[in-house]
Write a protein that binds this ligand. Structure first.
Ligand code: 6PG
Length: 252
């Protein structure tokens, strides 16, 4: 199931996203006794995080049963201005007073990229009791909600065009070598993203309009446009976008 929700601008789009976030969180706590959410990085979600940390959202009861994860992270310290954790911590987690025990971040200060990814994967697997196989996992975590952004090159999380992690089918969380920017990143894998109950893309600005059209309406070429590989097994996919990003869509 896929739904496209269009707001007039970033502010309106973020308001619509906050309403959907609250709806999903409240249902998850009601049905499962907890709400597991993987936050996105980048700039777009910051407006949503500010709204969630302000009234009326901040008074919602589900925050006490919410576990926060991160869909991806850069290979930087947690206090770096480039850190996805730092952006979410400053705009959402600290303002809400979320206890550290409810925040599961990539511990990028641990050492080598592979160690960081394996450590994060183990912590997720323990919280979702996933069944291992000899070289990975047989079952994958089912997040109640995964927030995603869309890069102008079609990447999502840190799943970049033609990067090794696009082919990963057995791991939960991996490091990914990004040749274009000569850096290591960290990302949840497509088996995890596609196993989620809900995925919410947040896309804003006319700089994304061609990519959004190509991803949603263009021919399948997921190696060039990795966001096209987000195809939920048994979940709901929401595209929450503003008018500027939606400007070239024809089938809405
Ligand atoms: C990151 C994000 C990345 C982001 C897109 C869109 O680590 O930067 O996870 O996937 O969502 O690049 O970023 P903007 O929202 O800043 O356009």
């Amino acid at each position: 199931m896929r739904e496209i929700i269009i707001g007039s601008d970033l502010k309106e789009m973020s308001r619509l996203a906050a309403a959907k976030f609250v709806e999903i969180a409240a249902r998850s706590v009601r049905d499962n006794g907890r709400f597991t959410v993987a936050l996105s990085g980048g700039l777009t979600p910051q407006s949503l995080y500010f709204l969630l940390a302000a009234e009326p959202c901040r008074s919602e009861h589900f925050w006490k049963q919410t576990l926060f994860f991160f869909g991806d992270e850069r290979f930087v310290p947690p206090d770096s201005v480039q850190s996805n954790f730092r952006m979410a911590n400053d705009s959402l987690l600290t303002p809400l007073g979320i206890p550290l025990a409810h925040i599961v971040r990539w511990e990028t200060e641990l050492g080598r990229p592979e160690e960081i990814a394996a450590d994060y994967e183990n912590r997720i697997a323990m919280l979702f009791t996933n069944e291992r196989s000899e070289d990975g996992f047989k079952t994958f975590p089912r997040f109640d909600l995964i927030l995603l952004g869309l890069g102008a090159d079609g990447h999502t999380a840190s799943l970049f065009p033609h990067s090794p992690a696009l082919q990963e089918t057995k791991r939960i969380a991996v490091t990914n070598r990004i040749e274009a920017s000569n850096e290591y990143r960290f990302t949840l894998t497509f088996p995890v993203i596609n196993n989620a109950t809900n995925v919410m893309f947040l896309v804003s600005g006319d700089s994304k309009s061609e990519t959004l059209r190509d991803v949603i309406e263009g021919k399948d070429r997921a190696d060039d446009l990795p966001a096209q590989a987000v195809s939920l097994l048994a979940g709901k996919l929401f595209w929450i976008v503003d008018q500027a990003a939606a400007g070239l869509l024809t089938k809405i």
